[in-house]
Design a protein around this ligand. Structure first.
Ligand SMILES: Cc1cc2nc3c(=O)[nH]c(=O)nc-3n(C[C@H](O)[C@H](O)[C@H](O)COP(=O)(O)O)c2cc1C
Length: 230
């Protein structure tokens, strides 16, 4: 949330002069969990209990068939050994791009604790039952919002958006079940690599990356861990 409306002077905002001293506590190979999901669970728990605002906010980057990238923030809504799940409109730009090119990157920017996690992988739609179960857990207003938005298309004005919401509120009164919008649902990103970045002093950061080895199927899967130069 913005603290005040004052616009800082340009010399207060010179990005070249912005430096923070990162925590010296590191991330060592010996401390890593056997798989990236458990390691993510540990770091996510620390981010969530460490006072971070929306620790489940992640930057999702996609690319179209021609390789042109695009990024946006979405909220992580679940993760396990099958992958990382978010929900969105299936008509949105990101969904269209994932239809053309399933390769995706997720980035968790946990700046205030000098950490970031970067996942690369491929995205598939989650099953309709899973989407429906999550949709039903959302507040009424968010359920209507999912219906109201033709996400990523141009809209004539704010009034069109508000009118769309009002029409839906009349069609689906509060207290009655709202059907799941057919053009809305989840994506699950199956990880191919997961990098855990821990800021350290003098820019000697720790970067440990799990890389998937083997094919699909739990028995065949394993993870190699490699350390990257910072
Ligand atoms: C903190 C934050 C959380 C967001 N969470 C979601 C989300 O979970 N799902 C979603 O579709 N859009 C979410 N958005 C909006 C997206 O950033 C984006 O504007 C929208 O999905 C359309 O993206 P696209 O046109 O690239 O497909 C969020 C934005 C912010 C800033």
């Amino acid at each position: 949330m913005l603290q005040d409306e004052r616009v800082p002077e340009a010399d207060e905002l010179d990005p070249a002069a912005m430096r923070v001293h990162y925590r010296s506590q590191g991330l060592a190979e010996a401390d890593l969990a056997p798989d990236p999901y458990e390691q993510f669970r540990r770091w996510f728990a620390q981010a969530a209990t460490g006072g971070l605002y929306e620790p489940n906010a992640m930057v999702v980057s996609t690319a179209d068939a021609a390789g042109r990238p695009s990024s946006r923030t979405v909220l992580l809504k679940g993760y396990d050994e099958r992958g990382f799940v978010f929900y969105t409109n299936y008509t949105s730009r990101k969904a269209r791009e994932l239809g053309e090119n399933p390769h995706v990157s997720l980035l968790f920017p946990w700046h205030s604790i000098a950490r970031q996690v970067i996942v690369t992988g491929t995205a598939d739609r989650v099953g309709r039952d899973e989407t429906a179960a999550y949709f039903r857990s959302r507040p009424y207003g968010s359920q209507l919002g999912a219906w109201a938005s033709d996400q990523s298309a141009t809209v004539a004005g704010r009034a069109q958006l508000d009118d769309s919401y009002a029409e839906l509120a009349a069609r689906y009164p509060e207290g009655e079940p709202v059907p799941v919008p057919p053009g809305w649902g989840g994506f699950r990103v199956r990880a191919e690599s997961v990098e855990f970045w821990q800021g350290r002093e003098n820019r000697l950061h720790d970067r440990l990356r799990y890389v998937r080895e083997g094919g699909r199927g739990a028995a065949a899967e394993g993870w190699r861990v490699e350390r990257l130069w910072p």
